[in-house]
Design a protein around this ligand. Structure first.
Ligand code: URA
Length: 231
């Protein structure tokens, strides 16, 4: 769809005023001012008018680089949450698809599409999540094999499902899991006698955290990314 048409559909502007808003530099697409009213845009792109995100009626899909110290919760009166990092009009539309602990950094998906987030989070869908894990102690080979095969978490009666481990260095591994139990990565490492010092999620299913996103920033998912999570 043309940018001026998009603006006219998503705001109260007439097509003529939408064209003028574009030519006078009030509109950004993916962070850059765009003065071409005939530019083709998609609903999944980040389009702003006077610094406010605007969206067509329809679902919203975002990735955020969650910083440490921010809760993955909708709202909390005393502590900052991931939704506080979004402009108000977007924050009101989305929920978080797969939480992270307060001290964990990295990829957070936010959407208004409940079916889509169910596909990301439902244990039955086995959507993979990959984490870089910094450890307090060097990790022996046997511990990596145990994590791959499944370990018993404290207080639970079934072992974790098979995971993938890629050793980066003696105290750093990449771990891919297919479940989302409570504090799962930290508890898996505790089960093999180690301790997580820092945790960063870099992938959910095929969606990889964009390197260019600084902690605390977000962008719209591309339609390819949205459709890579199949329902
Ligand atoms: N596992 C954890 O222990 N913490 C997270 O934030 C995510 C996965």
């Amino acid at each position: 769809m043309r940018l001026d048409q998009y603006l006219a559909s998503a705001t109260a502007l007439s097509r003529k005023d939408a064209k003028k808003a574009v030519s006078t530099g009030r509109v950004t697409v993916e962070g850059d001012i765009c003065r071409q009213a005939n530019r083709q845009v998609e609903a999944t792109q980040a389009i702003y008018l006077d610094g406010h995100a605007i969206a067509l009626p329809g679902d919203v899909y975002l990735m955020m680089h969650k910083p440490a110290g921010v809760l993955s919760a909708t709202r909390d009166s005393s502590q900052p949450t991931a939704l506080d990092l979004l402009p108000g009009e977007l924050a009101g539309q989305v929920h978080i698809a797969g939480r992270l602990d307060k001290d964990t950094t990295g990829l957070l998906l936010l959407t208004s599409d409940g079916q889509w987030s169910h596909t990301v989070t439902s244990p039955r869908r086995e959507c993979r999540k990959s984490y870089r894990v910094w450890l307090a102690e060097a990790i022996p080979e046997e511990a990596c094999r145990a994590l791959e095969q499944g370990v018993m978490l404290n207080g639970e009666s079934t072992a974790t499902r098979p995971a993938e481990v890629h050793v980066q260095s003696s105290q750093v591994i990449d771990l891919t899991i297919r479940e989302g139990r409570y504090h799962q990565v930290k508890r898996m490492l505790a089960a093999v006698g180690n301790r997580v010092e820092r945790l960063h999620r870099f992938r959910i299913g095929p969606i990889v955290l964009d390197d260019s996103l600084a902690p605390g920033s977000f962008r719209a998912l591309t339609s390819e990314e949205i459709h890579s999570i199949s329902g």
